[in-house]
Design a binder for this molecule. Structure first.
Ligand SMILES: C[S@@+](CC[C@H](N)C(=O)[O-])C[C@H]1O[C@@H](n2cnc3c(N)ncnc32)[C@H](O)[C@@H]1O
Ligand code: SF4
Length: 483
């Protein structure tokens, strides 16, 4: 038996000893059919969203959070569409389509420079996500990124980060993109490697093969980037869970600074219903217990190799205080300004999303209007919910009274019961004066705790907001549903 298979067996034993049934009775369970892999990190359910007037937002912003803003730019395009992807990718055809899209983004940047940065807002960092920013042809990439650095008050010393696939940064043009972004001040790169196994990569329809990964890392290191983040997936169709552990071993051996572990979620954010089409007939699925066992085994391996984590899914090597400045700011409750189709913004006291449809997005910009689809104003409860879900993902204890002190306490007493419940289930440790510490059991269920907190924030919590709810569970094969 390999070391990883032994660790997996030990993980299975630990899973058998966990009080999962007690959790489920309280409605806390990993719901791989309904959960969006990213949503809980950024925003609260769509339940209360409605059309928002641009004027209303930008005339009523909180001047304090405005001083700490993370800027996110959405690059929709990818070489291919991976069959697990939850991020609305668009296949890159080049030519006019991309020229039009990035031209629209530049107009959006100009409008935001006028309505937001004219109010003395300050930036903590820039993040390029998507999609895959590094499939953008170099002239278009330069044009849009230069526009951000020219029109917004960006400091080259902050941590700026972008996403890439390994194949998009190994050829000569890819290397030039890396060089350009490094010269622009980017210091962190998040690369979706998913697996080191070619059969698994092929069955995901990835654009890269395993032999792209090391040359990509060499290129990144050559240019002096500070941190590399690998995304690694577990639970995709026909992927043995031990493959996930092998990929982590290889990543540790390459000295990768940050490992982000994703468990496959079948949610389709487009329709706010589970992505039935992603459940392939005849495919083998790992069961929920195995995925949990693999996560426990991964945790053992990573801690032994000197990595730490406090959010149940992202590990940084010792010596780093946190895995990403972008998420650090997001979880502390700073502002997030999204640019591009489908991007989300948290500009306190508002949160909103841009149109997902590229034509709709562009048509608003052609009329010199910001392409904001819908959103809502945060009330005290939602603001506290955002701070609490952030605190669940940050290192250190959660000081409930201190966080409540930041908002009007009369609206927020119902969170007390939620935290008492978490402690009674062993998900957190209750300390004197309503301060809560992390436990290993809770570490495995951070996102599920976040959902319970979010459910307290949205009134009424309707079936239309099902992306954090349970309405759709049970429609698909049991093996695809985690506990
Ligand atoms: C925006 S994508 C990554 C950037 C880049 N396009 C790539 O694929 O390398 C972020 C990560 O989310 C994860 N992911 C995508 N869809 C997912 C899903 N349905 N369930 C769980 N994780 C998912 C993948 O690991 C992916 O690398
Ligand atoms: S490359 Fe990344 S964004 Fe594009 S389809 Fe694959 S996972 Fe989604």
């Amino acid at each position: 038996m390999s070391d990883n298979s032994i660790l997996l067996e030990q993980g299975r034993e630990q899973v058998r000893s966990l009080p999962l049934a007690a959790l489920e009775r309280e409605g806390i369970f990993i719901d791989r059919l309904n959960d969006n892999p990213e949503a809980p990190r950024h925003f609260i359910a769509f339940g209360d969203w409605h059309a928002l007037e641009v004027k209303e937002i930008f005339a009523n912003l909180d001047p304090v959070t405005m001083k700490r803003t993370m800027v996110y730019l959405d690059f929709p395009y990818c070489k291919r569409v991976c069959n697990f992807c939850a991020f609305y990718p668009v296949v890159a055809r080049g030519g006019d389509e991309m020229v039009r899209y990035f031209g629209g983004m530049e107009r959006e940047i100009d409008l935001l420079a006028d309505v937001y940065f004219s109010q003395n807002a300050a930036i903590e960092g820039v993040e390029l996500g998507g999609g895959t920013p590094t499939v953008t042809p170099l002239p278009l990439l330069k044009s849009v990124v230069d526009r951000v650095f020219e029109r917004f008050p960006v400091d080259a010393g902050d941590e700026h980060s972008f996403e890439a696939t390994p194949d998009s940064i190994v050829d000569a043009e890819g290397f030039e993109k890396l060089r350009y972004l490094r010269e622009r001040g980017f210091s962190r790169i998040s690369m979706g490697i998913q697996s080191f196994n070619d059969a698994v990569l092929q069955s995901m329809n990835r654009s890269h093969a395993s032999n792209h990964i090391e040359p990509a890392v060499e290129n990144i290191r050559k240019l002096g980037y500070g941190r590399i983040n690998f995304d690694i997936l577990v639970g995709t169709p026909n992927q043995p869970v031990v493959d996930f552990l092998e990929s982590i071993t290889r990543s540790i051996d390459l000295g990768i600074e940050v490992l982000e572990l994703y468990a496959m979620r079948y949610f389709d954010t487009r329709k706010h219903v589970p992505a039935a089409r992603k459940v392939l007939k005849g495919a083998e699925y790992s069961n929920a217990e195995d995925i949990l066992a693999a996560r426990i085994a991964a945790d053992t391996m990573l801690r032994k190799a000197g990595y730490t984590s406090c959010n149940g899914r992202t590990y940084q090597r010792d010596g780093q205080s946190y895995f990403s400045n972008y998420f650090l700011e997001n979880f502390k409750g700073s502002n997030l300004l999204g640019i591009g189709r489908k991007s989300h913004s948290n500009l306190y006291p508002f949160q909103y999303a841009n149109y997902l449809n590229i034509e709709k997005y562009l048509s608003h910009l052609e009329d010199a209007k910001l392409p904001i689809g819908a959103g809502c104003r945060f009330d005290a409860r939602a603001r506290l919910g955002k701070l609490l879900t952030g605190a669940l993902q940050l290192p250190g204890d959660i000081d409930l009274p201190a966080l409540k002190g930041l908002v009007a306490a009369s609206h927020v007493s119902d969170f007390d019961d939620v935290f008492v419940k978490f402690a009674s289930l062993g998900l957190l440790e209750r300390k004197p004066e309503d301060v809560y510490g992390q436990t290993f059991f809770g570490f495995l269920f951070v996102e599920e705790m976040m959902k319970v907190v979010f459910e307290k924030c949205v009134k009424p919590f309707t079936a239309n907001a099902a992306f954090l709810g349970k309405e759709q569970v049970g429609r698909l094969p049991a093996a695809a549903v985690a506990p």
